[in-house]
Design a protein around this ligand. Structure first.
Ligand code: GDP
Ligand code: MN
Length: 396
């Protein structure tokens, strides 16, 4: 689950990381009020930032500075309602504008292959790190945290020095360690600060330079959310795909893909296998869909509706291995779903295991096309899709 910058900053702050104060505004008037109090506190300018769950807001015109409350209101008015990568901006972050000396990049990401948290740092901050990785891979410094020992001080110091942050060693070590803590405390997959910036601040003692997190991106592990009841509240319903929300509420794992063969399967492993077999038969799966164990008829109907909403789907392959899930329940769900469906596409059903015989009787009576082997089912689904006159997308 992706969360908004403002919420990500909250998680960083909870781990003691240096994040400048911010507030969130939903209207130009709210942005004006926030700007007034920030400017009254002595700031010269405020920064106003679109809160959308996509990167590159700066480039898209979603990050702007304002010097007065009037200007802040106008700028917020121009950012609210604009579209960034197809998403409408509904809220903005308002903060005192930082006087940036230099921008760095620092992130912690779950490296599944290494089974460790990977820290990535670079002196090339502020720009898209993917581009840095392509143009100057040597400019990205990587360090793995040990799962038992954690990120050790010498590692964090080494990272900071090689990023060119030797002048802010203590602060940089603190941020690196804080990113690892943020990962662990929230079961995050990614915690990214871009830019991590050295900023100039005027205090009563004169001008100082400080390291602060100016942007924050956090992705949480969906499967770990039940361990963190408080984090569920950070889900932004404004930006969740309605189909994803319905799948989640029904307890269905659903991921849209580019192909034409809709797949309905129980079990993640069987779903992966089914997708492989569709490909081997010359087709392309339109989705990954796991209805889970013990699915009842209404869940099957919901899954069918999700698959059919994708206009690319020209055939459906249902592959159920009855264990806890009863084959006849699934068959009833399919019959019910077909009675309700608004669009008709060929469907091939394979149900084996618990109550397979009852399922077969129901499906035969309802005139469904069935298959006994998985290879046969995949071949029939691909042939049916072809006969619908659409490309299977093979070879993409
Ligand atoms: P992103 O484009 O979505 O990653 O949004 P960022 O928060 O990273 O902002 C993009 C860029 O705007 C940063 O790299 C900075 O150069 C600039 N920026 C962001 N906040 C401030 C600020 O407080 N002061 C100044 N001067 N520039 C800022
Ligand atoms: Mn950024």
């Amino acid at each position: 689950m992706k969360i908004q910058e403002a919420d990500a900053k909250g998680l960083l702050l909870a781990q003691g990381l240096p994040v400048p104060d911010w507030s969130v505004a939903h209207s130009p008037a709210e942005a004006r009020a926030a700007a007034e109090s920030i400017l009254a506190g002595g700031a010269e300018r405020v920064v106003i930032k679109a809160q959308v769950l996509v990167g590159g807001r700066g480039k898209a015109g979603g990050v702007k500075l304002a010097g007065t409350a009037d200007e802040a209101e106008a700028v917020a008015g121009s950012i609210l309602g604009m579209t960034i990568k197809g998403i409408t901006v509904r809220k903005v972050l308002v903060a005192a504008a930082a006087d940036i000396v230099k921008e760095y990049y620092l992130s912690a990401v779950l490296d599944r292959a290494a089974r460790r948290i990977l820290l990535m740092g670079s002196a090339e901050g502020g720009v898209e790190i993917e581009q840095v990785a392509v143009d100057h891979p040597e400019a990205i410094i990587t360090i793995h945290a040990d799962p038992l020992l954690g990120l050790q001080d010498w590692q964090a110091r080494d990272l900071a020095f090689r990023m060119g942050l030797g002048g802010h060693l203590k602060a940089a070590v603190g941020v690196a360690r804080g990113l690892v803590r943020t990962m662990l405390a929230n079961d995050a997959d990614l915690v990214e600060i871009n830019p991590l910036a050295i900023v100039r601040e005027t205090t009563t003692d004169g001008t100082i330079e400080r390291l602060v997190c100016l942007d924050a991106k956090v992705t949480l592990d969906d499967s770990a959310l039940p361990r963190h009841p408080g984090l569920e509240a950070l889900r932004d319903p404004d930006e969740e795909d309605p189909a994803d929300a319905r799948a989640r509420e029904a307890g269905i794992s659903f991921i849209r893909l580019d192909g034409t063969i809709g797949c309905m399967v129980n079990g993640a492993g069987l779903a992966m296998t089914t997708m492989d077999l569709v490909k081997r038969a010359g087709g392309e799966p339109a989705n990954f869909l796991d209805i889970g164990g013990g699915a009842k008829a209404d869940k099957v109907a919901t899954a069918m509706a999700l698959i059919l909403e994708d206009p690319k789907v020209s055939a459906i392959l249902v592959n159920i291995f009855g264990g806890i899930t009863r084959g006849d329940e699934v068959a009833r769900g399919l019959i019910e779903a077909r009675a309700r469906q608004t669009r008709s596409v060929p469907m091939v059903v394979r149900i084996v295991g618990t109550n397979a015989a009852e399922a077969a009787d129901l499906l035969r009576a309802a005139k469904f096309e069935t298959a006994t082997s998985l290879d046969d089912a995949a071949a029939k689904a691909v042939a049916a899709s072809r006969s619908m006159g659409t490309s299977t997308g093979a070879g993409r």
